[in-house]
Design a binder for this molecule. Structure first.
Ligand code: GLY
Length: 285
């Protein structure tokens, strides 16, 4: 079997943004699903899905990322696979079109994370697409005032599970700031024997409470959502917001959030049609 779940961020989604969030998630899901349906790897599926989210200014990742206090785009991204625990991460990277592809290239390195100019130089050495940092700012970019990050988890037919995250961080953040998204055990984790998880939301609190590690330790294959709910309870205590997605080793989905909305799409080889929701409440209706 194969399965894929992704999210477009824990955030407020206004009525006029609803269609763009739904469509963006479905387009990204289709890109990842196409890889899995043709027998491709979970790592390639995660990259394909996250590249779509990074290309869509609806989401705070890649093109349309949040602007830091200097009005610049600094991005973070990571990818992890659950067989050999390979991790690739980039942080405070500028002037690349697809941070997730740079993170994926890092999977083949001993180094697990590169920052700033070193990360961009690595992208250039790998022949990945560079751009003028200003090209990542859409003409009508508005400060969202909300946090979000994109994330995706895929399970392929060989049983490999992979997770990816990508974010432009927080609007107005101090230049050089790093949140949870590139930090293993905080914003993401994957282990073929257990499953994988990805978070979005207030990065400092997610990192302080190591939400991904908590979920991996507590994940019940019969009730995957419970571990997400307990983890979110730890940031809620700090009056912070988060949303998380999880996929178990046998392909069961779970997701929850305490943000107002959290756009999520998922599908498996057992579902003929993809599902997309802007909140858990909508899924439960
Ligand atoms: N969750 C994304 C960030 O705080 O950077």
């Amino acid at each position: 079997m194969w399965a894929i779940i992704l999210h477009g961020g824990a955030k407020d989604i206004e009525a006029e943004e609803a269609d763009a969030n739904r469509e963006g998630c479905l387009i990204a899901l289709a890109a990842g699903r196409a890889v899995l349906e043709r027998g491709g790897s979970a790592v390639d599926a995660v990259e394909a899905a996250v590249r779509q989210l990074e290309a869509d200014p609806t989401f705070n990742a890649g093109y349309g990322s949040a602007l830091n206090a200097d009005g610049e785009v600094e991005m973070c991204s990571a990818i992890m696979e659950g067989a050999e625990f390979k991790i690739g991460g980039v942080t405070v990277i500028m002037g690349v079109r697809h941070p997730i592809s740079v993170a994926k290239a890092m999977l083949e390195e001993d180094t697990i994370m590169l920052a700033g100019d070193g990360a961009r130089r690595f992208a250039a050495q790998m022949g990945l697409e560079l751009c003028d940092p200003a090209e990542l700012v859409p003409p009508e970019q508005k400060a969202t005032g909300t946090h979000d990050t994109v994330g995706c988890i895929a399970l392929d037919e060989t049983g490999l599970i992979a997770v990816g995250t990508s974010t432009g961080g927080l609007d107005g953040a101090r230049p050089g700031r790093v949140g949870d998204s590139p930090q293993a055990g905080c914003g993401f984790y994957a282990d073929n024997a257990v499953g994988a998880v990805a978070f979005s939301g207030d990065g400092e609190e997610i990192a302080r409470k190591m939400l991904a590690a908590r979920v991996m330790h507590a994940l019940d294959p019969d009730d995957p959502e419970r571990a997400i709910g307990e983890a979110i309870g730890h940031v809620a205590e700090l009056e912070a917001e988060a949303g998380g997605i999880v996929l178990t080793a046998d392909g069961r989905f779970g997701w929850l959030h305490n943000s107002r909305e959290f756009a999520v799409a998922y599908q498996s080889s057992a579902h003929a049609e993809p599902r997309v929701y802007l909140s858990k409440q909508e899924e439960r209706r």
